[in-house]
Design a protein around this ligand. Structure first.
Ligand SMILES: *Cc1c(COP(=O)(O)O)cnc(C)c1O
Length: 447
């Protein structure tokens, strides 16, 4: 059990002297392209706290980007990782397989909302799993085109850069990108209201018809292997599509021989108040991609899907040296056990109630908060110029900086850089969560 004291505490200014020295070393040792959100270096983390090398204790509202969902260095995970590392660290599942890999796949097949007989395959990163989902969909359909959506984020490898929407910073200067990728309009209720009227903002089926019309005319189902979508967009701005959007897309895919891929890398594993976000709308994807919250920070990702699709690539066609590493698998098994034994899905629902109530009160007094949205412990506020829908990225930047200086880790996101997002670990206490939001309210009031 982590002995880290669960309170915010500033021993030095942020960054303190030890972090400052490390920032200097980083500048001369690490490639500039790798940026840092926070100006502090971590020493320990657990519960709702990250402690830095100067002894500052920060409230964690980011979970290392939705990864340490069950809590950093969660006790069952620590024990399982140590035990597995002492037995063997790697054999390569493609050479000398081991039970942990199979057990993780069994759990994924049981837990994911894919209908019928299912299979899984394990990889290292979210991007790698997305790439493999596309490979599998192409092998199954013998078609090539893939559709992703406005504001989408699917990773930083070549194929996933092509699937990702935003140029700066993810794609700028890194082309050419993989061919046969097409983009369709999303359902973005807060902004659809402005351009498409109130009906488009609230009627998910109408928004789906708009997307399907673009797909039909610009790609054509005969050429289309798959559509890939985040059921709630992550980096794009925590965008929850209007009700009915996802089911209508799924229905069109089913009727047209197109594989429906849900990218649940950020939304999976209890994060949204369901084990997977597709469940909120009763959507059973053909393939589901998972990573981030799967193994409490050890690198692991997966593709799970209908058996006939998953089994379509030839033997030896999928794999990788490290995919499903035994230590990462042990961490995943302990993470899944923790989610189920500790009622983490319900915990995420309680966090949603607390955060939406608090942020809703803030919004009522502040015209700069255009919208509070999200599900479970994946909640965001979209910041705008008062009385308009004009994004306020400058305010967002200042608000993040103020929170960081006060000892609260928050992240921004969104195509327009104007969304403040909260991804607290589910192991955080209500007290720390409320304190984090209090700090934020104070910083915002001062700006
Ligand atoms: C983070 C993320 C990815 C990429 O995962 P990596 O592990 O960083 O490669 C893909 N899709 C979504 C929705 C993500 O949030």
């Amino acid at each position: 059990m982590s002995t880290l004291e669960q309170s915010r505490y500033l021993a030095t200014a942020i960054p303190g002297p030890k972090s400052s020295a490390l920032i200097e070393r980083k500048t001369t040792a690490v490639a500039r392209g790798i940026g840092n959100t926070m100006a502090v270096y971590a020493a320990r983390a657990g519960g709702g706290i990250v402690e830095d090398v100067d002894g500052n204790r920060l409230i964690d509202l980011g979970s290392g980007i939705a990864v340490t969902t069950v809590g950093n260095a969660s006790p069952r995970v620590v024990e399982a990782v140590a035990a597995q590392a002492a037995e063997f660290t790697h054999t390569c599942f493609m050479v000398t397989p081991y039970e942990g890999y199979v057990a993780v796949c069994e759990h994924l097949n049981r837990l994911t909302p894919v209908a019928g007989d299912t299979r899984s395959a394990l990889f290292n990163s979210g991007s790698e799993a997305v790439e493999n989902a596309v490979k599998i969909a192409r092998a199954y359909t013998r078609k090539q085109a893939v559709v992703s959506f406005d504001h989408a984020y699917h990773g930083r490898t070549n194929l996933t850069m092509a699937l990702t929407a935003k140029s700066m910073p993810y794609k700028h200067g890194f082309g050419p990108f993989a061919p046969e990728i097409y983009r369709a309009p999303l359902s973005y209720p807060f902004r659809d209201a402005e351009f498409g009227g109130k009906e488009l903002a609230t009627d998910g089926e109408l928004a789906a018809r708009r997307a399907i019309s673009v797909i039909d005319k610009q790609v054509g189902a005969d050429n289309l292997a798959a559509i890939i979508i985040e059921p709630i967009q992550g980096e794009g701005g925590f965008i929850v599509p209007a009700e009915g959007f996802l089911p209508a897309l799924l229905e069109w895919c089913r009727g047209n021989g197109v594989v429906f891929i849900a990218d649940e890398v950020q939304t999976g594993f209890a994060r949204t108040g369901a084990m997977f976000a597709c469940e909120h709308e009763g959507v059973d994807p053909d393939l589901i991609v998972t990573a981030k919250g799967i193994a409490d920070g050890l690198p692991l990702s997966a593709v799970t899907g209908r058996a006939e699709i998953m089994d379509s690539p030839h033997v030896g066609g999928l794999g990788g040296t490290y995919g499903g590493n035994p230590i990462a698998c042990a961490a995943a098994l302990a993470t899944i056990e923790t989610i189920e034994a500790d009622g983490m899905v319900e915990r995420a629902q309680a966090i949603e109630r607390l955060m939406k109530a608090r942020l809703g009160r803030m919004q009522a007094d502040d015209e700069r908060i255009g919208e509070v949205r999200g599900r479970g412990a994946m909640i965001a506020v979209e910041l705008v110029k008062p009385g308009t829908l004009e994004p306020d990225a400058e305010l967002t930047k200042k608000l993040c900086a103020g929170a960081h200086a006060a000892g609260v880790i928050v992240l921004s996101c969104g195509t327009y850089g104007n969304v403040l997002r909260f991804l607290p670990p589910l192991a955080i206490s209500d007290e720390l969560l409320e304190e984090g939001l209090d700090v934020l309210a104070l910083v915002l009031a001062d700006l």
